[in-house]
Design a protein around this ligand. Structure first.
Ligand code: PGA
Length: 257
C-alpha cells in the first residue's frame, strides 16, 4: 500500500475512571474550540458511563464520536452493574471499547468474554475498538506474537468479513500502559504488521487493509508523530494524555497542521 493510501487516522481518548458529567462537558467545549481548524483525523472520547449522555450532547455538531469503555453481551436480565448495548445505542453512543487490558487484569475479562461483547455490540449496531497486547513477562519470554495471535483468533472468532470492517484494533502492550514506557516505533510497527497479517488470515486482504490499528501505551504529544509515521500504525488509544483537552489536541494535531 502506498503511503498516500494509508487509512484515515483514528485517535481515541480513554478516560478510564476520570471525570464527572460536568467536567466532561467543560472538556468537550474546550476541545471543540481547539478542533475548529479540523485536522484530518477521526476522533473519539470514552468517558465513564455516567458522563456518556452529557458527552453526546456536548459533542453534537462536532466530529467528536463518543464511545463507551465497555459493554455487556446481554440486552437485559439479572446482571447487576452491567450496561447493555441497546442502552448505549439509546444514548446515541455508536462505539464501545472492548477487552481493555485493565478489564482483563482486574475484572476477569477473557478472550471468550471479549468475543461475546464484540458480537453483542456489533449486533446492536455499535462499532468496537478491540484491545489486545502482551504483558512484560510475555514479551520477555518472546511470546508476544503467540499472545497476539491467540487474542485475535479467540477474540474475533465467528465474526464475518462485514463484522471485521466495523472493528478497530488497539495494540496496547500492557507494560507500556500508564508507565511512561512506550514501545519504540519499530517495535510497535512490527506488532501492528503482524496483527494485520492475522486479520488477513481470519478475514481477507481487503478487511486487513481497511481495519485501523491504533497503538496505545503512554502516547504523548512528543511521541505521537513518530508512531503515526509507521505504515501500519493508524491511530492511537490514549489514556493519561487524553485527560486535558490541550494535550490531547496536540496528539490529534500530530501533523502540526
Ligand atoms: P496510557 O493508557 O496512555 O495512560 O498509557 C493507554 C490505555 O490504557 O488505553
Amino acid at each position: 500500500m502506498s503511503p498516500s493510501a494509508k487509512r484515515r487516522p483514528f485517535i481515541a481518548g480513554n478516560w478510564k475512571l476520570f471525570k464527572t458529567a460536568a467536567e466532561t462537558v467543560q472538556y468537550i467545549r474546550a476541545l471543540k474550540k481547539l478542533m475548529k481548524k479540523g485536522p484530518e483525523v477521526d476522533v473519539a472520547l470514552a468517558p465513564p458511563f455516567t458522563a456518556l449522555e452529557s458527552a453526546v450532547k456536548a459533542a453534537s455538531g462536532s466530529t467528536i464520536a463518543i464511545a463507551a469503555q465497555n459493554v455487556f453481551w446481554e440486552e437485559e436480565g439479572a446482571f447487576t452493574g452491567e450496561i447493555a448495548p441497546g442502552m448505549l445505542k439509546a444514548l446515541s453512543v455508536g462505539l464501545a471499547i472492548v477487552g481493555h487490558s485493565e478489564r482483563r487484569q482486574y475484572f476477569g475479562e477473557t478472550d471468550q468474554t471479549v468475543n461475546r461483547r464484540i458480537k453483542a455490540a456489533l449486533a446492536a449496531g455499535l462499532d468496537a475498538i478491540v484491545c489486545i497486547g502482551e504483558t512484560l513477562e510475555e514479551r520477555e519470554g518472546k511470546k508476544t506474537k503467540r499472545v497476539l495471535s491467540s487474542q485475535i483468533s479467540k477474540g474475533l472468532a465467528g465474526l464475518t468479513r462485514e463484522d471485521g470492517l466495523r472493528l478497530t484494533i488497539a495494540y496496547e502492550p500492557v507494560w507500556a500502559i500508564g508507565t511512561g514506557k512506550t514501545a519504540t516505533p519499530d517495535m510497535a510497527q512490527d506488532a501492528h504488521q503482524y496483527i494485520r497479517r492475522q486479520l488477513e488470515k481470519i478475514f481477507d486482504k481487503k478487511v486487513a487493509n481497511s481495519v485501523r490499528i491504533q497503538y496505545g501505551g503512554s502516547v504523548k504529544p512528543d511521541n505521537a508523530a513518530e508512531l503515526m509515521a509507521q505504515p501500519d500504525i493508524d491511530g492511537a488509544l490514549v489514556g493519561g494524555a487524553s485527560l486535558k483537552p490541550d494535550v490531547f489536541f496536540k496528539i490529534i494535531n500530530f501533523k502540526g497542521a
